[in-house]
Design a protein around this ligand. Structure first.
Ligand SMILES: Cc1cc2nc3c(=O)[nH]c(=O)nc-3n(C[C@H](O)[C@H](O)[C@H](O)COP(=O)(O)OP(=O)(O)OC[C@H]3O[C@@H](n4cnc5c(N)ncnc54)[C@H](O)[C@@H]3O)c2cc1C
Length: 643
């Protein structure tokens, strides 16, 4: 039974404990915020144990209930990057290592972080400098940070909370450098949490925004010849023997792809959550906010009725749904990849890698931009912390950088596309999300048959132009690279164009998965119809935004581009009556949204007014500093120095 003395009624009929309150988070100092996050996480875990929700574990993480409760109640607050510590051990640890370490991590007996990035190197993992040198005389690795730039820098949870880390370091044995490998290293005492001898640890300092990622102790770590047992090297893919011999195991290194697909799938799903949250706030508030248009003293116009507001907001609403469906499909892809790995079929892995890298990049970049757009769509009030949007933006935006910088990832996609174009030229049939490239004869010369604005509602017409645009951009790049004597030089010279080709390919994947989703049964009267409109909006707004690509590759004429825009306008008008219902369908509680503007009951102004008084600046009527600074100024008692 819950302890009712500490539970309080929400504006909606649910009970939640006061410990999970988050309305003051942006006003807390860094120290208070961090402590508050520890409190929330510990309480969430306590309740999970009390309510016996500890199973089943999902594929890679803590028990599923923890992820869910954490997301809904702890929300933007973060505690440690357990999300990567566990998958790293699952993916790279032997069965024995998994048996030893994972139960402790699942039960929070240890807290782990993922320590890869260094002060001097992030994207270029091969450039990492931390060393792990094997000492056969003691059967240990010696972990060392030889330079300032080799300091581990950024790992989430490292600064203050973690007791352990998976540390990536150059493995050196028998005098030879075998490159980057993972090691489980205990960082702090399990008795008093102090750093172990030879280990320097700290937080790297405040980050962008109030609240947000500042609840996370991203940290710095240095080793001074720290010894760890040999069996703490993650040894699934390669081992160091007792004598110090480096040996590859017979486990193929492609197994790592499974973990990577899993992690990226969660990032895409998170993009949909963050975007739908921002859109929910902006749509609800736009239905409440009124400006101008009053006739004869009547009510002003809801800003949601302005065509400009719709043309900025509804594509974001459509994107939130699009990312949800592509995220669901990625879940399926993960299962498919796992089954193929078990059957030792590695043929589709490069495609799965490119596809997940591209989707991570495109969905996170678009979501970060969209949250900021939602802030602007809420006018001045959107800039207040109480709107929930500044913190959402600040906490979300690093998703464009962590787990692979978005540009670096798109360049990997582009490399894969160039390889595929070359293979298609030799007659090889591509599979999965690049299967369309096999239709090269048709796609290189087809012209859209669209003749009226309504023709753009046909999914086949949409798919054809998106496929033709993506393929032609990739082929153009490949042709231009081939004109440069060195392929590498050509790739580097053309990298801005390659990025655009990669984006076109990824947008095609999202559009296709949305269209495919709508070929399934969708329960609920009229729901499918609404989703079809959103699917058309998603595709046509991309066509409108990237019209230059479609025109320059010759798959769409200027007239057809104008027809697409005309159809978009009609779709916006059709979506308008259901816009609020379409965001209510996300089913977010007020507590989860954390926004006075996005309140379910629409009672925005009293909430805004009340929220302002909670600011610490309003604790006194006359501000601190009045006597020392403001009064002398007002009384003209300042000692002016002679000019
Ligand atoms: C909030 C947050 C949490 C993090 N958590 C962790 C964690 O838990 N563990 C961990 O190990 N790390 C973590 N990181 C670090 C993160 O993984 C790295 O910041 C990320 O990999 C990018 O690397 P970088 O910082 O070296 O960027 P850089 O690679 O230095 O990027 C700088 C610029 O150079 C560009 N660039 C780089 N390479 C190329 C190229 N080949 N071609 C063209 N352009 C290029 C990039 O696009 C970018 O614009 C975190 C970072 C943040 C912000």
């Amino acid at each position: 039974m819950p302890c009712f003395s500490c539970w309080k009624l929400d504006t909606q009929p649910i009970v939640r404990p006061m410990v999970f309150r988050k309305d003051t988070r942006t006003m807390l100092s860094r120290k208070e915020l961090f402590k508050d996050t520890l409190k929330k996480a510990a309480h969430a875990w306590k309740r999970i144990v009390e309510l016996r929700l500890t199973g089943p574990e999902d594929a890679q993480h803590k028990p599923q209930a923890f992820s869910t409760i954490y997301l809904f109640y702890v929300g933007g607050s973060k505690l440690a990057e357990a999300g990567m510590f566990v998958p790293a051990i699952k993916g790279q640890g032997t069965e024995e290592q998994q048996k030893k370490w994972l139960p402790m991590a699942y039960k929070f007996q240890i807290i782990g972080c993922y320590a890869q990035t260094e002060l001097g190197h992030g994207s270029n993992v091969q450039g990492l400098e931390t060393t792990a040198t094997f000492d056969p005389s003691t059967d240990e690795f010696v972990m060392h940070s030889p330079t300032l730039t080799s300091s581990k820098w950024w790992p989430g949870g490292l600064g203050k909370a973690s007791t352990h880390a998976v540390v990536y370091a150059r493995l050196i044995t028998e005098g030879k450098d075998y490159g980057i490998h993972g090691f489980i290293v205990q960082l702090r005492s399990l008795d008093d949490h102090s750093p172990l001898p030879g280990i320097t640890l700290g937080d790297i300092g405040g980050k962008f925004g109030s609240g947000a990622y500042n609840s996370m102790d991203n940290g710095v770590l240095r080793f001074d010849h720290v010894r760890i047992p040999r069996d703490q090297m993650l040894m699934r893919l390669s081992q160091v023997t007792r004598e110090g011999k480096y040996v590859h195991s017979d486990v193929p290194k492609q197994l790592l792809y499974g973990t990577m697909v899993y992690v990226r799938q969660t990032i895409v799903a998170d993009a949909s959550k963050a975007l739908s949250r921002a859109v929910c706030i902006a749509v609800r508030y736009s239905a409440i906010r009124k400006q101008f248009g009053s006739q004869a003293g009547g009510p002003e116009t809801q800003v949601l009725n302005y065509k400009t507001q719709q043309s900025r907001l509804f594509p974001l609403l459509a994107s939130a749904y699009a990312y949800r469906f592509v995220g669901q499909w990625l879940k399926w892809l993960y299962t498919d990849v796992t089954q193929k790995l078990e059957a030792k079929d590695y043929s589709t892995l490069p495609e799965a890698h490119a596809c997940t890298a591209g989707l991570k990049s495109v969905t996170t970049s678009a979501t970060a931009d969209a949250i900021e757009e939602c802030r602007k769509l809420c006018g001045g009030h959107g800039y207040l912390n109480s709107s929930g949007l500044p913190e959402l933006f600040a906490v979300y935006v690093p998703a464009c950088t962590y787990e692979g910088d978005n540009v670096v990832l798109l360049l990997q996609v582009a490399r894969f596309l160039m390889k595929t174009v070359a293979q298609v030229a030799t007659g090889k049939q591509p599979v999965g999300t690049i299967a369309y490239m096999g239709n090269i004869q048709h796609l290189m010369q087809c012209k859209s048959a669209v003749n009226t604005a309504e023709d753009w509602l046909n999914p086949a017409a949409i798919k054809e132009v998106f496929e033709a645009r993506a393929l032609r951009m990739a082929v153009n790049c490949a042709q231009n690279i081939s004109k440069v004597p060195s392929q590498e030089e050509g790739f580097s010279e053309l990298s801005p164009d390659l990025l655009e080709a990669a984006v076109a390919h990824v947008q095609l994947i999202i559009v296709t998965k949305f269209i495919e989703k709508l070929q399934e049964d969708i329960p609920g009267p009229g729901v499918k119809e609404q989703l079809q409109k959103l699917c058309s909006i998603y595709a046509l707004h991309l066509l409108h935004k990237h019209l230059g690509d479609f025109l320059s590759t010759g798959c769409v004429t200027a007239r057809q581009g104008a027809l697409a825009n005309e159809q978009l306008g009609k779709l916006y008008a059709q979506v308008r009556p259901n816009a609020v219902a379409l965001v209510d369908a996300f089913d977010y509680t007020d507590h989860y949204l954390g926004s006075v503007l996005g309140r379910y009951d629409g009672d925005v102004y009293p909430a805004l007014y009340e929220e302002a008084w909670k600011d610490p600046l309003n604790e006194t009527v006359v501000p601190d500093g009045y006597q020392e600074h403001l009064r002398p100024l007002l009384k003209q008692q300042l000692k002016l120095s002679r000019l």
